[in-house]
Each structure stands twice: as C-alpha cells, then as structure tokens.
Design a binder for this molecule. Structure first.
Ligand code: FES
Length: 365
C-alpha cells in the first residue's frame, strides 16, 4: 500500500504584493476569480486528514490575502493537522496575526529578500518591505511563535549573508533557511541576473558553516546549495510523488510546484477527483514515481533511491527532456555545459530583473 504524502502545500492564491524575480509561481498566474472557494479548500483539508497527511503548508502568492485563511487554519487544527504559514509578512497586521494564532496556527515561515532596506526593496519590487517584515518578526518574537526565516540568496544579495544571519538572531527565530535560488519559472527567466560566481558560493558556504558553530544551540541553519555548481543532483521534493502534493489556486494537484512546465503530464483537479485517487493513480504522479522510469546510467546507479534521479523540471529546462538525467549530475552529458553556463552568466550576466508584476495576473483563462 502506498504511504500517504507527508505534507500538502496549498497555494491559496497567486496574488502577492511582492514581485520577486525568482518567484516559484508559474509564469501564467491564476486570477482571483479563478481561485478555489472556502468550501473547496476545506474539502481538500478534510480529505488530507482522511488520507493521513500530517502537515498543511499555507502558501501563495501571499496567503494572508485570503480572507478565509483563519477559517482554514482553524479547520486544520480541528482535524489535528500541523499548520505552517509561508508569508512575506508585509500584508497582515498585528490583529490579523493574533487571529491566526488564536485559530491554532502552529508555525510561521517568514521570507526576507535582503538584510538592507534598499536591497530588499530592489529585489522584492516593493517599498519598505524590510521595515514591514521587521515589524512582523517582532510580533512573532513577542508571542514566541515557532518561526523559520527564509532567505533566498543570489549574486545580488549574497554579500549580505552575514547580516541576514544577524537578523535571524535578532528576531529570535529558531531556524534560518539559506537557500540559493532555484531556477524554474521566474527564476529561470532571471537566471543571468541571479547566478552567483563560484567564489561567492564558496564564501557563502564558509559563512554558513562558521555561523552554525557560532550559534550552535540557538539557531539551526539549513543550507540549500545551488544546483548548477553541484556534482550530484538533489532529491527534489524528496523524490517525485513520494512525500508531497502541491495544490494550485484553481485546485490542480501537482507533484511539484514547477510540474506544469512539463509537457504531456495530465493534472487532475481536486474539484473533480479525490485527493487519494490522484495521489495513488493520477497520471502526473505515476509518471516519475519510483525508479522504473529512469534511463541508464540512473538505473544502475547505487544512489538512485537517494537522489531519485534529481529534478525532472530541471532536466527539462536544461536538457530539453523531463525523462533524462538531471544535468546537475556529473554523469549527464550536459553537466560540463551547465557548469560553464553558470560561470559565464555569473561573470557576464546583466543585473536587470524581469519582475513578477501583479498586473501579469490572468483574470479569465
Ligand atoms: Fe519539479 Fe524538481 S521542481 S521535480
């Protein structure tokens, strides 16, 4: 019997005040009128609990823009599931946070774009973003809310990594996630403006290792390294269709946030098919689950049940096929080319961003 997913990521909305150039949402955004209603999301949570899912991550866009977020969190608590709010921290006021906590919110993941006001505004495309996030972080600290700070780093903010670690300490979060940018969707479009140099990467890694020692017992630091400079692929999503489900604002159920980029996959909608059925039998979930789909040399690789073949979306983006080796792997014929590409873009890439702007939201597809 197939184990249920451990967690569901609910993208309640694509609406967001920020315009980050590495946004994980698709290039084609869903408009507010297309979003699933409260009853639809409640049904998703109910089915998740029935399946044995443990965690619900409320994400977006900016999930606090949904007026029914307190109700959905309260329902999650009522069914005994753990809730995590993934937020930019710029849209909710103090009373709204208190309301969410009163409804049973368990954990908050707050994002920052940089450690300086100027850098944060430039990267997020939103004025006074750091000031607002700082205020939100103080509210969390005053209430001792279990929190994680998420810092996406790249060529244009990596020099401020020590200051980001200082912010995490000052804000009293228990965990800091330092994540090099992933290049899908908007991130792929802005890759040349974001790619760090190898030297920057090495410095950042040394800074993280030193900070882990310095703050041992006070701050846990997770570190997501940049794929393009790696020799081994990451087990993306902990393996395709093994642990997670992603639900878009319109109710489509995906094995990962970028899966819609892969041609030929069929995405079921939770409004038409049960979550359990989609998890067990959905075409998109079966396509790359396990190891049978793997080509050689993955098939005979002793690490195939550790990295699960890496990332399918990255294989497609960089090698043109989703069913081939992730080019991050040094056994891929494209590996050397990708490393050279990273170095070239880091050295010569234009710093100008293509922002994700709210006016790009499509209202009537
Ligand atoms: Fe889709 Fe990695 S992002 S498999």
């Amino acid at each position: 019997m197939l184990a249920p997913p451990m967690a569901l990521l609910l993208e309640l909305t694509h609406r967001c005040p920020l315009a980050c150039p590495y946004c994980s949402n698709p290039l084609q955004l869903a408009g507010m009128k297309q979003e699933m209603d409260t009853a639809g999301w409640r049904e998703v949570i109910r089915q998740a609990a029935e399946m044995g899912v443990l965690q619900i991550h409320f994400s977006g866009g900016e999930p606090t823009l949904r007026k029914d977020l307190p109700e959905l969190i309260a329902y999650t608590r009522e069914l005994g599931l753990y809730s995590n709010l993934i937020t930019s921290g710029v849209a909710a006021d103090e009373a709204a946070l208190d309301h969410l906590l009163a409804c049973g919110l368990d954990h908050v993941q707050l994002s920052i774009q940089d450690a300086t006001a100027e850098g944060a505004d430039h990267i997020s495309g939103y004025r006074n973003s750091l000031q607002k996030k700082s205020r939100f972080a103080e509210w969390l600290k005053a209430r001792e809310v279990p929190s994680t700070l998420n810092a996406v780093i790249h060529r244009q903010n990596i020099h401020n990594l020590p200051a980001m670690i200082d912010l995490a300490m000052a804000w009293g979060v228990g965990r800091l996630e330092v994540a090099h940018t992933q290049y899908y969707g908007w991130g792929l479009r802005n890759r040349a403006a974001l790619m760090p140099t190898r030297e920057q990467l090495e410095q950042a890694t040394a800074i993280v290792l030193a900070a882990r020692d310095r703050h041992h017992g006070e701050l846990v630091i997770d570190y997501v390294t940049p794929d393009y400079y790696a020799r081994r692929p990451k087990p993306c999503m902990a393996g395709w269709a093994r642990r997670f489900m992603n639900i878009t604002p319109t109710g489509e159920v995906l094995p990962c946030h970028a899966a819609e980029t892969i041609p030929g996959l069929v995405f079921d909608n939770v409004r038409q098919r049960s979550l359990a059925d989609i998890w067990n039998q959905g075409q998109a979930f079966l396509k790359f689950r396990g190891t049978e789909w793997m080509p050689e040399p993955c098939q005979s690789c002793p690490k195939k049940e550790l990295d699960w073949g890496g990332c399918r979306c990255q294989a497609l983006a960089l090698s043109g096929r989703a069913d081939t080796l992730d080019p991050v792997c040094e056994r891929s014929p494209d590996h050397e080319r990708i490393q050279a590409l990273a170095e070239q873009e880091a050295a010569q890439g234009d710093d100008a961003f293509v922002y994700r702007r709210p006016e790009k939201v499509v209202e009537d597809v």
